[in-house]
Design a protein around this ligand. Structure first.
Ligand code: PMP
Ligand code: GLN
Length: 399
C-alpha cells in the first residue's frame, strides 16, 4: 500500500510540487491570493481581471445553457468554435488553418501546454528549452513528463535573450523550444531576430516550436507576430492561445492549439485522457468573441496599456525602478531601493506591511539562477483603475 503514495511523492518532489515538509505546495498565485484575502489587501498578484468581459460573449454563454449546450462537446471542439479560431488566425495573421484537422480546443492554455509536452516528450534524454523567467507550469510539466528543462536567461532592461546563449541551449536532444510571447512575467515581446533564431535553431536540430500566445491581443506598441508566420516555422510550430485574457474569462478555461495535422493528432491522443472535453456552453460564446469587430481588440490593448502607465507611475512614485512592459498583464519592478533585494521575502511581507499583494519573479526562476532576478516583483495591471489607485496610495507608505 505504501508503493503508490511513495511513487507519487517521488514524482511530485521531482517536479517541485511538494513543500519541504512533504505537503502539497500551493502555486505562488494561490498562496498570494490567499494572503491578499486574509489581510484585505489589494491583490495585484494573481493575473485575473476584476471586471467582466464583453456582454455579447457572456450573453452567448447564458443562451447556450438555455438552449441545451450542456453535454459533452466533440473531442476536438465544437465546429463553430473551430471555424471561428480558423477565421481569427486568417483575419489577424493571414494564417490558413484547416479547422477539421489542424485545431484542437483545450481546457485553457494550461491543458494545451500539458498535453503537448506529454505528447512530444519521449524520455529522460529529451530537453525542453524555455526562456527564464518562465510561467510556472512549464517547469512542472516538463518534470512530470520526465524531460530535462534548459533555460535561456532574459536580460534586463528589455528582457530579450542573448542569441549566443540561445544557440548554446539548443542541441540534438532538444525536442521542444517553448516560447511565451508576449511574455509572462517580464512583459517582453520578442524581437524579429529572436524569433528568426528560434526558427533557425529548431530547423537545424529538428525540434518542435511550441508557442504560448495567451497575451496575443495585448501587444502594446506593435502588432503581435505569431512565430508560425515566420518563414519555415509553420511546419514545426504548435501555436497555443486562450480566451481567458482576451475576453476576461479566465475561469472559463477555453483554450486552443493549432499546427500541422499530425502534431495535433498526437496532442489529441493525450488530451482525450486528460479532460477529454470541457466547456460545452462556453465554446459557442468564445466563437462569438473571436468574431467581434477589430475595435474590441484594439480597445482592450489600449485600455491595458493605460493601466500599465498608471501602475508604472504609481510604482515609480513609491520608489520602485519600473521595467515597462511591451505586452501582457504584468509590470515588473525592482524593489531593491526599498529594501526588497530579496523580493520573495518582500512580497511575503507586503500584504501585512501595506496591504498590497504581488508576486516575486523568483517564482518563475530555477533556484540556481535567482541572482539577477532577486529584487524583481511582478504587479498585475489587469485591475480597475480605482483598484490600481488604491494600491498606489498604499504603496506610497513604503517610503
Ligand atoms: N500561459 C501563460 C503565459 C499565462 O500567463 C497563463 C495564465 N495566466 C496561462 C498560460 C494559462 O492559461 P489558461 O488559464 O488559459 O489555462
Ligand atoms: N496565469 C496567471 C498569472 O500568471 C495565474 C494562473 C494561475 O493561478 N495558475 O498570474
Amino acid at each position: 500500500m505504501d508503493v503508490i503514495p511513495g511513487a507519487w511523492r517521488r514524482t511530485a518532489a521531482g517536479a517541485g510540487l511538494l513543500s519541504a515538509d512533504g505537503s502539497v505546495a500551493p502555486t505562488i498565485f494561490a498562496e498570494m491570493s490567499a494572503a491578499a484575502a486574509r489581510t484585505a489587501s489589494v491583490n495585484l498578484g494573481q493575473g485575473f481581471p476584476d471586471e467582466d468581459g464583453p456582454a455579447e460573449v457572456l450573453e452567448a454563454a447564458r443562451d447556450a445553457i438555455a438552449h441545451g449546450a450542456n453535454q459533452y462537446p466533440p473531442g476536438r471542439g465544437i465546429p463553430d468554435l473551430l471555424a471561428a479560431i480558423g477565421e481569427h488566425q486568417r483575419r489577424f495573421y493571414g494564417l490558413e488553418v484547416d479547422p477539421d484537422t489542424e485545431i484542437l480546443v483545450t481546457a485553457g492554455a494550461t491543458e494545451a501546454l500539458t498535453a503537448t509536452l506529454l505528447a512530444l516528450i519521449d524520455g529522460p534524454d529529451d530537453e525542453v528549452v524555455v526562456f527564464e523567467p518562465y510561467y510556472d507550469s512549464y517547469a512542472a510539466v516538463v518534470a512530470l513528463a520526465g524531460a530535462r528543462l534548459r533555460t535561456v536567461p532574459l536580460r534586463r532592461p528589455d528582457f530579450q535573450p542573448d542569441l549566443d546563449q540561445l544557440a548554446a541551449a539548443v542541441n540534438a536532444r532538444t525536442r521542444v523550444i517553448l516560447v511565451n510571447d508576449p511574455h509572462n512575467p517580464t512583459g517582453t515581446v520578442f524581437s524579429a531576430e529572436v524569433q528568426a533564431e528560434v526558427v533557425r535553431l529548431a530547423t537545424v536540430h529538428d525540434a518542435i516550436i511550441v508557442t504560448d500566445e495567451v497575451y496575443e491581443h495585448l501587444s502594446f506598441h506593435s502588432p503581435h507576430v505569431p512565430m508560425a508566420t515566420r518563414p519555415g516555422a509553420a511546419e514545426r510550430t504548435l501555436t497555443i492561445s486562450s480566451a481567458g485574457k482576451t475576453f476576461s474569462t479566465t475561469g472559463w478555461k477555453i483554450g486552443w492549439i493549432h499546427g500541422p495535422a499530425a502534431l495535433i493528432t498526437a496532442v489529441l491522443t493525450v488530451k482525450q485522457f486528460l479532460t477529454y472535453v470541457n466547456g460545452s456552453a462556453f465554446q459557442p460564446a468564445i466563437a462569438v468573441g473571436l468574431r467581434l469587430p477589430e475595435s474590441y481588440f484594439d480597445d482592450a490593448a489600449a485600455t491595458m496599456l493605460r493601466k500599465h502607465e498608471l501602475l508604472g507611475a504609481s510604482l515609480r512614485a513609491a520608489g520602485f525602478e519600473v521595467l515597462a512592459p511591451q505586452g501582457g498583464y504584468f509590470t515588473v519592478a525592482d524593489a531593491t531601493a526599498l529594501g526588497g533585494e530579496d523580493a520573495a521575502a518582500f512580497c511575503r511581507a507586503l500584504p501585512e506591511r501595506v496591504g498590497v499583494a504581488a508576486i516575486p519573479i523568483s517564482a518563475f526562476v530555477t533556484p540556481e539562477n535567482q541572482g539577477q532576478y532577486a529584487g524583481l516583483v511582478r504587479f498585475a495591471a489587469c485591475k480597475r483603475v480605482e483598484v490600481i489607485e488604491e494600491a498606489a496610495r498604499r504603496l506610497a507608505g513604503l517610503r
